[in-house]
Design a protein around this ligand. Sequence first.
Ligand code: G3P
Ligand code: CA
Length: 229
Amino acid sequence: MAKESPHREVLRIGHRGAGGYRPENTFASIEHAITLGCHFAEVDVRRTADGTLVLLHDEQVDRTTNGMGFIADFTLEETQKLDAGSGQKVPTLEETLAMASGRIGLILEFKVPGLAYDACATVRGSGFVGPVIYASFLHEELQHVRRIDPQALTLALFKRLPEDPGATALNLQATHVGVRIDAVTKPIVQSLHDSGVMVFVYTVDKPAAIKRTKLLGVDGIISDFPDRV
Ligand code: G3P
Ligand code: CA
């Protein structure tokens, strides 16, 4: 029977901060991820109408705030008036880097194309202390990141895995691959490790699923309830 390796620590990654406990993609959520001892907080990045990078998952603000409409139509000033739950604001990326610096790593998931240059510049300008991983389902964005910063850590997210995920990851020059919980298997993890990439699994919330995922030898687990990891 497979055993958990006593040698490797699985990275504990809070999804949208600690989205199961606090309003997602807010300071409160990231603070809670820090309290829970997460190595990383995963957050989603979009752009306002006037170009500021902010944390928001959906293309519309409706589900997670008291406003309505597309974030791409909101100015920063309008965005700052939104309540993202329990009086929390929609943070800018710059504010997030400042509050998280030296306290937790960040996984910045680009939800739309065209964020790579500004995100890398914002991270660089912030003097952020700690690891940053740039993530996206939009793999071209990660290739832009790679061109901008040859040392960057990049997480290629997959909804469905390609036939040879290892080769695809190498082709993308990704350092990490994000596999959905319902797609991950031991051979896939092995093949990705053979290609030299780290394997994160999303989004794993149930304790039994977390236990099973650990047994596969993955490197990180992204969870809304990261204290369970
Ligand atoms: O990091 C992977 C995961 O966050 C992707 O799914 O929809 O929650 O952003 P989603
Ligand atoms: Ca995400």
